[in-house]
Design a protein around this ligand. Structure first.
Ligand code: NAD
Length: 254
């Protein structure tokens, strides 16, 4: 049912084995998709390149999404390797710690601009650059969070940025629908990853969402990857402009 043989795509945002992006790479690779997975910089390489052993067919490529030249190189590499592709998974977020830790109203302009550029605008940029090499009915996916629609303690400036990301999903769904492309966001509940560990009192957020969620269970990166698999597959061909919550139901009751 989820046979992805013949599908090719790009996954952006692997930092280590705990990354949502890596879990997506593993499950899509297992279902037969051909993949390029990118990581941000040379500092990440020692944590990322050893992952090649568990996904030997995945091609890893370095790319800082805030750098136009590196983005262009990633697109050129994708085109020369695959010709055209069928999906993009954007699983990237960043905010300078000093701006993330403080109040939104105290965040520095440079910090907000950088966080917006990396966490939201890079998705839009990637889609624009990839458009010429997208097969019809491609699936374009990004990762959001509930802090986009609710004020979640300690999520600070990332809340408005995820709100902009979700709005971009809806606009791009409208703009690209004619070509059959689908644009969606997955909104996972809290999961212990490197990005999440930058949030103040993250353990408390994790505990609360586990305790209060209707399914009352531990959430894993594999849960998120399963939804990414569904969105990449043709089974989700009528879903676009959506925010799919993968949070054990917390958004409905928390
Ligand atoms: P992660 O740290 O494994 O992934 C974040 C990735 O962003 C890393 O690979 C990092 O290198 C990359 N990144 C940051 N700046 C970059 C840049 N300039 N260029 C290229 N890459 C850059 O953490 P994760 O939890 O897997 O995060 C993936 C996505 O999921 C993020 O968008 C995050 O906001 C979202 N998300 C995470 C949670 C959670 O609790 N873990 C919940 C909801 C949403």
């Amino acid at each position: 049912m989820y046979d992805l043989k013949g599908k090719k795509g790009l996954i952006v945002g692997v930092a280590n084995q705990h990354s949502i992006a890596f879990s997506c790479a593993k499950i899509l690779d297992r279902q037969g998709a051909m993949l390029i997975a990118s990581y941000a910089n040379e500092k990440a390489a020692p944590f990322v390149l050893p992952l090649q052993d568990s996904v030997p067919d995945v091609l890893f490529k370095q790319c800082d999404v805030s750098c136009d030249e590196q983005l262009a190189n990633l697109i050129a590499f994708t085109q020369s390797t695959f010709g055209k592709i069928d999906f993009l998974i954007h699983s990237v977020a960043f905010a300078p710690l000093q701006d993330l830790e403080g109040r939104l109203i105290d965040a520095h302009r440079e910090g907000v601009q950088l966080a917006m550029d990396v966490s939201c605008l890079s998705f839009v940029r990637l889609v624009r650059l990839l458009e010429p090499i997208l097969n019809p009915s491609s699936s374009l996916i990004t990762m959001s969070y509930l802090g986009s629609t609710r004020a979640v303690k300690n999520y600070g400036l990332m809340g408005p940025i995820k709100a902009a990301l979700e709005s971009s999903v809806r606009y791009m769904a409208l703009e690209l629908g004619q070509q059959g492309h689908r644009v969606n966001a997955i909104s996972p509940g809290p999961i212990k990853t490197r990005a999440a560990s930058g949030l103040k009192d993250f353990e408390q957020l994790l505990e609360t969402s586990e305790l209060k969620s209707p399914l009352n269970r531990h959430l894993s990166i594999e849960d998120v990857a399963g939804t990414a698999l569904f969105l990449v597959s043709d089974l989700s061909k009528a879903i676009t402009g959506g925010i799919l919550y993968v949070d054990n139901g917390y958004h409905a009751v928390g």
